[in-house]
Each structure stands twice: as structure tokens, then as C-alpha cells.
Design a protein around this ligand. Structure first.
Ligand SMILES: [Zn+2]
Length: 143
């Protein structure tokens, strides 16, 4: 059993789908920071079989929309004074702004180089998002 007691104040990104940990670790640029971080892969979990886990020994602002988009199974565990003070269960965001780019070459957002596009969740089961300008579907990558 993995313990969080080595973190005095920080965040554990728990219940990452096994195999997604490295991608999330690099997406959060945790490979570039100075404080202590740990990526732990293929942890046995009674509930999920195997999972990945990231420990961050620092107080950081995480983009929950981006994280939820990458892996909606994630639970964030907030640590303070070596104790768990909060748990946040992520889910697929209903809409995301400025994270995804439209892949339709004829979309007005592509032609006019608009960055802050909003994509709306159209189908949760298929993880399908749609562009606010042209309605083109977008499937965020997943395992
Ligand atoms: Zn579009």
C-alpha cells in the first residue's frame, strides 16, 4: 500500500488510468519543475485493477478541465500537514475553452487563426466534443 505521508503539503493525482501517467506527467510539465514529484506506474488498486499515480510535493494550480479531458477517472487528493484534507473527483468537462483546436481545415477558426475556441461535450460515452464554430467533432486522445 502506497502512503502519502511523505508529502507535507501537496497533491496526489490518483486513479490515473494505467498507462496515462507519463502523458499527464509531461502534459503538466512536471518533468521540468524543481520541486519533488513522483510518477508511479501500475500500482495495484483493489477497485481499478491497475492505476498510475502522480505525487506532487508542492502547492500547484492544476487545470482541472485539461486533466478531466485527459483522464476523467482521476481523483485529486489534497494534502496539508501530511493529512488528506480534500478529494476532488474529476469528470469530463461539459465545455473546454482554449484547450482543443479544430481540425476542420474549412472552419472559420482555422482560417482566421482563432485560439480560444470553445468545444462542447456532445456525447459523454464516446468522449465526443464539438467545435462552437463548425460543429466538427473532436475526440480527445485516450487509452
Ligand atoms: Zn471548427
Amino acid at each position: 500500500m502506497l502512503k502519502v505521508d511523505s508529502i507535507k503539503k501537496g497533491i496526489v493525482i490518483d486513479h490515473i488510468t494505467a498507462g496515462m501517467g507519463y502523458e499527464i506527467f509531461t502534459e503538466l510539465k512536471l518533468d521540468e519543475v524543481e520541486y519533488t514529484t513522483a510518477l508511479i506506474r501500475n500500482v495495484s488498486s483493489r477497485k481499478y485493477g491497475k492505476k498510475d499515480l502522480i505525487k506532487i510535493d508542492n502547492v500547484v494550480d492544476l487545470d482541472l478541465d485539461m486533466l478531466g479531458l485527459l483522464d476523467p477517472n482521476i481523483t485529486l487528493v489534497i494534502i496539508e500537514g501530511e493529512k488528506v484534507v480534500d478529494k476532488i473527483k474529476l469528470s469530463l468537462p461539459n465545455e473546454v475553452k482554449g484547450i482543443l483546436n479544430c481540425k476542420n481545415p474549412r472552419c472559420v477558426s482555422t482560417i482566421e487563426h482563432i485560439d480560444d475556441i470553445t468545444f462542447y461535450l456532445a456525447n459523454e460515452e464516446n468522449r465526443e466534443y464539438r467545435c462552437e464554430y463548425c460543429d466538427a467533432p473532436y475526440y480527445p486522445k485516450r487509452k
